[in-house]
Design a protein around this ligand. Structure first.
Ligand code: C2E
Ligand code: CA
Ligand code: CA
Ligand code: CA
Length: 279
């Protein structure tokens, strides 16, 4: 957001002005949110279609704002990204995930992996690998328990740099996933150079697939390609039984969506982790 015009004048309409005012207020509050214990992680299960088992869980950041209530990431991640606050938030997320993994492991309830999101700015962060390595060592957590999710568009911003960074994270032992796949205009040839484990089919395709022949063709092709490349594939955003039936028909490995579970505090997911697989 431009805060000052070229000559120091502020040519703002009332609307822009109130937008930037809200931005500044949120930026200020966000800077203090960590130390004021207002951040939380919710988890959403990633379920194996064949067994019904929870194989992974995605960690999703939540901000319990004292006046505004629970704010979704869309309202504050972009601010954190622009201001650089995301680097500290990202480290905190990893610490909290490690703590939760310790607890799950101790209770015999740990899924195979917990997925953690990385924004473009974090992915470019010079000391990212070192920061993550230190956090994992402190928590005594094997990197294999964590899957880092990068969106396809993050990876496409600078493909050579991305391959290099992915290799470092892979070398450290993290699992890697391409998030929102299908929206980022990647040349498919890049995929084979990325040391990834998982493709996540963007929810816009999954949600329209039962009604829209084009979306159906796209989801079908992505699932087939992922299988051909030996990758896990997760259909995101499955909400209805029609969407579920569609991805089941493709033998898509994993699903994540409101149909099975909304993101929720870890405690509320314990029963799902304890439940033996259906069928
Ligand atoms: P994402 O990585 O694509 O995360 C999945 C989003 O889809 C989540 O939104 C989740 O609540 C939502 N979702 C899951 N299943 C369904 C469904 O069936 N229907 C619909 N309509 N939505 C579904 P959320 O939690 O609001 O997060 C939004 C975005 O914020 C994430 O998109 C991710 O890009 C970002 N984000 C969240 N947590 C973090 C974090 O810790 N670090 C970073 N860098 N970004 C994060
Ligand atoms: Ca994600
Ligand atoms: Ca996604
Ligand atoms: Ca998304």
């Amino acid at each position: 957001a431009k805060r000052q015009g070229r000559n120091g004048y502020h040519f703002y309409t009332r609307e822009m002005n109130s937008h930037s005012y809200r931005y500044l207020v949120l930026e200020n509050a966000l800077a203090k949110a960590l130390s004021r214990d207002q951040l939380e992680i919710h988890y959403q299960p990633q379920i194996c279609l064949a067994s019904g088992r929870v194989r992974g869980m995605e960690a999703l950041l939540r901000w319990e704002h004292p006046q505004e209530g629970m704010l979704p990431p869309a309202q504050f991640i972009p601010i954190a990204e622009e201001t650089g606050l995301i680097e500290g938030l990202g480290a905190w997320v990893m610490q909290r995930v490690c703590r939760d993994l310790q607890q799950l492991e101790a209770g015999g309830l740990r899924p195979e992996w917990v997925a953690v999101n990385l924004s473009p700015r974090q992915f470019r962060q010079a000391d990212l690998v070192q920061t993550y390595r230190d956090i994992l060592r402190q928590g005594d957590i094997p990197p294999q328990w964590i899957e880092l999710e990068l969106t396809e568009s993050t990876l496409m911003q600078d493909v050579d740099a991305a391959v290099n960074s992915l290799r470092q994270l892979h070398h450290l032992g993290f699992r890697l996933a391409v998030d929102d796949f299908g929206t980022g205009y990647s040349s498919l040839s890049h995929l084979k150079n990325f040391p990834i484990h998982t493709l996540k089919v963007d929810r816009t395709f999954v949600q329209d697939a039962p009604e829209d022949a084009n979306d159906a063709a796209i989801v079908t092709a992505i699932v087939a390609m992922a299988k051909g490349l030996g990758l896990e594939v997760i259909a995101e955003g499955v909400e209805t039984s029609e969407q579920l039936a569609f991805v089941k028909g493709l033998d898509c490995g994993l699903v994540q969506g409101f149909y099975y579970a909304r993101p929720a505090p870890l405690e509320t997911l314990i029963p799902l982790l304890e439940t033996p697989p259906r069928n």
